[in-house]
Structures are given as structure tokens and as C-alpha cells.
Design a protein. Structure first.
Length: 321
């Protein structure tokens, strides 16, 4: 809310004093003065509807963004206080989920921050914006340069780096390239995330024996109190997938047969449809058809397709009428 109110104050006042337009130097100094002024406190102390404030902010965004044309040819005017102002504008846009505009301010700050005073904020903000806007190229390009980042920056951005890995994996980025980035960054990733990310990379490289060994290790090593719904889903589905792909079908079948006992969100239904797949692999066509038909009755079109197919080719598959 602090950044939102600050920006509303700025954009409202920018429409006022004519002296602001006298020169780029004055406009720059004026913007800094507004951020440091006590006028913001008046907005913070008076209760306002957040939605209406958000609308006011959006109406004035154009005036605020027009300042970019002032900064661009006058990078040398920034100074530390000026850079801090740009940082606060970028953070405000990010907090309001207006990431396309935040990117412009993050890039401006990154260009003029020659000494890297705010490098952690710049890289973190750009990674977040890239993920939220689906800009795969921007996230990839940032990752291509991680070897040049200071260790302190990478260490402070461990959570954001892990989020970026998950995004790149979900977007089917080249697993061999991801492996190289992972080996470079793994010591900076959160301890709970580091092996999960590696498992996904191994799976992408079809290294299923290693993936199976790793997911078993993850299940045994992470304390129960650190396993939230998302992690439980990841570990369970990852274990089942790796077990099937690495040939450990006997071990996973009993787990799938008890899938109705699990309550990890929608994981039960996802796992349940794997059981008849495994039964087909093992040649147990009758059991597979029965399970597909049961799942079909609960609205799964995929299960209906397989149940009908097995029924149609029952004699060919030689499992009786």
C-alpha cells in the first residue's frame, strides 16, 4: 500500500506545478522530492477503498510512465537517490501485478546502476516479471548470464531462482541446458527445492533410474512438517511416474490401488487413472477395463475411451468375454 499511495501522490501532483516541465533536471529533482515528502503520509493516514485507489493509479499511469522519456537521455542525473526512486516505482508496479510496466523501470534501473547497488532487486524484479507475463525469452536470457552475478546476489535470490527453474521446466525448456544452469546454481537454491528441481531435470533427460533413486531419497529425507500440498503432489506423482518409467511397476501398483485413500487435492483422481495403465502394461486387461469403466462413470472421457477400446478388442487381447 505504501508504494501505491506514493505513486498516486506523485501522479496527482505531476499534473499541477508548471515548473516541473522547465527542464529534465528539475523534473528529476521534483520527483525525488515528492517521494521524500511528508505529503504521502496524508494519503496513508486517511482510509480509502483499495479498489478506488487502484483505479486512480491506473488513470495516472500514463503521466508516470512519460517520465521514462525524461530519464532515458539523462542517465547521469540519477545518483543513488534517483535510482532509489526508480526502484520504488518498479516495486510499486510489481506489487500491483502490472509487470509489463515494471519491466521498463527495472531495465532503466539496471542500465544506470553501473555499480550494482540494487542488482538483487533488478534481477529479482525482472525474473518475477518474466514469469508473471510468460516472457520465456527474458527469463532464459537472465539465466544465461547467472555466472556473472555476484554470489551474494544469487544467494539472496534463491527462492526466485527456484521459481524460475520451475517455470522453465513447465515451459519444456531444453533439459540439457537446464542441467548446466542447475549445476551452476544448485548451491544457491533452497534446500527443500534443490532436489525437486534436479528430479524434474533428470526426468526431462529420460534418466529415469537416477530420477527414481532421487525421488526415493527426497521422500525419505524431507520432514513431514515441511511438506505442503504442492510438495506432496510433486513427490507422489513424481514417484509414481519414475517408478513406472524405470521399470519398478510392482512397487507402484499397490500404491495406485489405494489411491482413493489419498487426499492431496486432485491427486487421487490423477493417480487413479494410472492404475489401469499399469495393468495394461502387465497384461491384466480385464482388471484394466473394469477400472477404466469405473473412472468413466465419474466423468473422465479418457477413461471412457480406453474402456470402450478394451471392450471392443476383448477377444483380440484374449482376456475373455
Amino acid at each position: 500500500m505504501k508504494y501505491l499511495l506514493s505513486l498516486i501522490t506523485i501522479t496527482a501532483l505531476l499534473a499541477g506545478p508548471q515548473e516541473v516541465n522547465a527542464s529534465a533536471q528539475k523534473q528529476f529533482q521534483y520527483l525525488n522530492r515528492l517521494f521524500r515528502s511528508g505529503a504521502v503520509g496524508d494519503w496513508e493516514s486517511s482510509p480509502s477503498d483499495p479498489d478506488s485507489l487502484h483505479m486512480v493509479f491506473r488513470r495516472n499511469c500514463l503521466r508516470l510512465d512519460s517520465l521514462l522519456s525524461v530519464y532515458t537521455p539523462y542517465d547521469t542525473l540519477s545518483g543513488k537517490e534517483g535510482m532509489r526512486t526508480i526502484l520504488e516505482i518498479a516495486e510499486c508496479y510489481s506489487s500491483l501485478q502490472i509487470h509489463d510496466r515494471a519491466v521498463e523501470w527495472w531495465n532503466l534501473l539496471r542500465r544506470i546502476d553501473r555499480d550494482g547497488l540494487f542488482r538483487k532487486d533488478e534481477y529479482g524484479g525482472l525474473l518475477q516479471a518474466g514469469i508473471r507475463t510468460g516472457d520465456l525469452e527474458m527469463v532464459r536470457n537472465l539465466f544465461n548470464g547467472v555466472e556473472f552475478w555476484d554470489a551474494s546476489v544469487k544467494d539472496s535470490l534463491g527462492g526466485r531462482l527456484a521459481e524460475s527453474f520451475r517455470y522453465l521446466i513447465a515451459e519444456n525448456e531444453d533439459p540439457d541446458w537446464l542441467y548446466g544452469r542447475y549445476m551452476m546454481l544448485k548451491r544457491f537454491l533452497p534446500d527443500v527445492e534443490v532436489d525437486m528441481i534436479y528430479f524434474s531435470i533428470l526426468a526431462g533427460q529420460d534418466r529415469w533410474d537416477e530420477a527414481y533413486a532421487l525421488i526415493n531419497s527426497i521422500i525419505q529425507s524431507i520432514p513431514a512438517e515441511r511438506i505442503d500440498l504442492e510438495r506432496a503432489h510433486f513427490m507422489f506423482s513424481g514417484y509414481v511416474r519414475a517408478a513406472i518409467m524405470s521399470g519398478h511397476i510392482e512397487e507402484v501398483e499397490s500404491i495406485l490401488e489405494r489411491s482413493t485413500d489419498y487426499s492431496f487435492g486432485d491427486i487421487s483422481s490423477r493417480l487413479r487413472i494410472l492404475l489401469p495403465h499399469v495393468q495394461i502394461i502387465k497384461g491384466r486387461y480385464a482388471d484394466s477395463e473394469l477400472n477404466y469403466r469405473e473412472i468413466c462413470g465419474k466423468g473422465s472421457e479418457t477413461a471412457c475411451f480406453w474402456a470402450d477400446l478394451l471392450e471392443r478388442y476383448r477377444e483380440i487381447l484374449n482376456h475373455g468375454e
